[in-house]
Design a protein around this ligand. Structure first.
Ligand SMILES: C=C1C[C@]23C[C@@]1(O)CC[C@H]2[C@@]12CC[C@H](O)[C@@](C)(C(=O)O1)[C@H]2[C@@H]3C(=O)O
Ligand SMILES: O=C(O)CCC(=O)C(=O)O
Ligand SMILES: [Fe+2]
Length: 333
């Protein structure tokens, strides 16, 4: 474990290549959940990108903006008040230090366990309205994640349509909720001139099954394309962005891709994002579904439980290739 310290501005600086011309990369898949062909497009997006945007999701915009305004109240409170909700151990309020392996980012955040009996309510107890809105939001966003997972299972011709969603619905589901607040960083302009960016949240894949992200209208989120180019995801405060997590990549034996992403800081505007990470119960075996394996097709991964994966993930920095350790040696040669 790396000792946490107050990072210097230089630690956030990433040298990155020229921004790519949006006309030269494929558009981010857009899925209209109200359309009958959405399940086909969902699976295509998970196979080709591991990332897509959903519209007509049915989550009331009023609830979304209530959550954003409660979160804004939290992040604009005095530092001493916010610190009462920290440190993130692993849950709670964090500032600039991410995880426990030396990652830093130009970000403040709240990391909450979503289990009803967990103490997430205690972490934000003094922000009563915030707590109620988080409850309502989590209920809706989890339902949407389950609906998406069931459409995927259907399109993959899996008999048990709830094979993925039941893990999120399980009382023991190890799902996490995160609210990230990226303050504007005026010093950034200087770095931009030198062709660099400041990192808000370093590159990584999400370890769980599915991540459901919503942000305000400030850009910053970037995804990596197969050819290694980073592209900026145009923000859209009324839509959700979904990404495949490592566990879903394993359960589909690599058919779905867990996408690498990161967030870069903005010099003028603050960015706020809220992400629900739908995860399995700790004792769940994460293994390819037998019905997805073709004749003679072998699992690309060793057998492991979510507990084992999570334990291993927590010991490495964000950019570490977490799944690599669980791939069968024969596939890596
Ligand atoms: C550096 C880390 C932060 C993280 C745990 C880890 O050791 C590696 C995975 C990180 C990540 C990325 C997605 C989510 O934001 C998160 C909550 C998760 O489940 O895995 C974070 C972890 C964290 O912030 O504790
Ligand atoms: O804040 C964002 O937009 C993305 C953050 C993220 O990738 C994460 O918290 O895992
Ligand atoms: Fe992420």
């Amino acid at each position: 474990m790396v000792a946490l310290s107050n990072p210097t501005i230089e630690q956030f600086y990433v040298k990155t290549c020229k921004p790519v011309n949006p006309l030269t990369y494929p558009a981010i898949p857009l899925i209209d959940l109200s359309k009958p062909d959405s399940k086909h497009l969902l699976v295509k997006a998970c196979q080709e990108f591991g990332f897509f945007k959903v519209v007509n999701h049915g989550i009331p915009l009023k609830l979304i903006s209530k959550l954003e305004s409660e979160a804004t109240k939290f992040f604009s409170s005095p530092q001493s008040v916010k610190e009462k909700s920290g440190p993130p151990n692993p849950f709670g309020y964090g500032n600039k230090n991410i995880g426990r392996n030396g990652d830093v980012g130009w970000v403040e955040y709240l990391l909450l366990n979503t289990k009803p009996e967990s103490d997430y309510n205690k972490i934000i107890a003094s922000f009563e309205n915030f707590q109620c809105v988080v409850d309502d939001y989590l209920r809706d966003v989890k339902n949407m994640a389950c609906e998406i997972l069931e459409l995927m299972a259907d399109e993959l011709n899996i008999e048990q349509k709830n094979v993925f969603s039941k893990m999120l619905k399980d009382e023991q589901s190890d799902s996490v909720f995160r609210v990230n607040y990226y303050p504007p960083c005026p010093e950034l302009q200087e770095h931009e001139i030198n062709g660099g960016k400041l990192i808000g949240f370093g590159e990584h894949t999400d370890p769980q099954i599915i991540s459901v992200l919503r942000s305000n209208n400030t850009s910053g989120l970037e995804i990596i394309l197969k050819d290694g180019r980073w592209v900026s995801v145009p923000p859209d405060s009324e839509s959700f962005f979904i990404n495949v997590g490592d566990s879903l990549q394993v359960m589909t034996n690599g058919r779905f891709k867990s996408i690498k992403h990161r967030v870069v800081a903005n010099s003028k505007k603050s960015r706020m994002s809220m992400i629900y990470f739908g995860g399995p119960p700790l004792n769940e075996k994460i293994t390819p579904l037998a019905s997805l394996l073709e004749r003679d097709e072998e699992s690309l991964y060793k057998e492991f439980t979510w507990f084992e994966y999570k334990k291993s993930a927590l010991n490495f920095p964000l950019s570490h290739d977490r799944l690599g350790f669980f791939e069968k040696i024969s596939c890596r040669i």
